[in-house]
Write a protein of this length. Structure first.
Length: 240
């Protein structure tokens, strides 16, 4: 981290109906001294054990917001920026306050010109919420007040509690890739994904299918009512 070798790679998120890029997710990568790149899975657990996970999250957030500012300064098309943050960062008020300050210049036009809404979307992983929900609602207030939107990540990975949707102002619901991989091949999964999509529509929440790896899967999840998609079929994470 001191050498600046924690970097954000960006993966596109597209609309399944039109196929255009509307957002991107920032994913932490560790660039080793020999130039090879380790994905987050290879070091995040160790960073967490060392108490460094909030600093990793803050680094990725800072890089992503700087990217947002550059895009806007160049007049490039508006795009949402998703960043997965840990409960460890949410439990660090001083760090969250710094993030809220960085968010302010990063506006967004896709909402119809609402100047209160920012381009940053923070993702919270479903499995991390259970022991922390009451305190998370309080901790998120500075970000929400700054115009940040929330995404619930990995929905369908084990708990899928509707309580999260009731207690948190979720705007985006990301459907776990293990479910998406079975769409079109398992009628029960198709029914579950369709039910999630219908519920999200009723709640005015945008659904995002994770881990799409083929045109067939993209077409199948779109037919079930899922709004956006993400995965290797549309693009792998990259620096640009």
């Amino acid at each position: 981290m001191a050498e600046g070798r924690i970097r954000a790679a960006y993966q596109p998120i597209i609309t399944l109906a039109e196929g255009g890029v509307v957002a991107e997710e920032a994913l932490a990568r560790w660039v080793l001294r020999d130039g090879t790149v380790s994905p987050a899975q290879a070091f995040i657990e160790t960073a967490d054990a060392c108490g460094l996970l909030p600093a990793v999250d803050e680094t990725v957030l800072s890089q992503t917001l700087a990217r947002c500012h550059r895009r806007q300064a160049l007049g490039e098309p508006a795009r949402l920026h998703f960043v997965n943050i840990s409960t460890a960062l949410l439990m660090a008020p001083d760090r969250l306050a710094r993030v809220a300050d960085l968010v302010a210049p990063c506006g967004m036009s896709w909402t119809g010109g609402d100047s209160r809404v920012r381009a940053l979307v923070v993702e919270i992983t479903e499995r991390e919420l259970i022991p922390h929900l009451p305190s998370l609602v309080r901790a998120l207030h500075p970000l929400l007040a700054a115009g940040v939107r929330l995404a619930l990540d990995d929905f369908g990975s084990g708990y899928s509690s509707f309580l999260y949707l009731a207690e948190l102002p979720i705007t985006f619901l990301k459907i776990e890739q293990a479910l998406i991989a079975r769409v079109g091949r398992d009628s029960r999964v198709d029914m579950m994904v369709a039910a999630i999509a219908r519920m999200a529509t009723d709640l005015n929440v945008i659904t995002i299918a994770e881990g799409i790896e083929s045109a067939e899967t993209a077409a199948a999840v779109a037919a079930l009512g899922v709004t956006w998609g993400q995965g290797y079929y549309f693009g792998r994470p990259g620096w640009e």
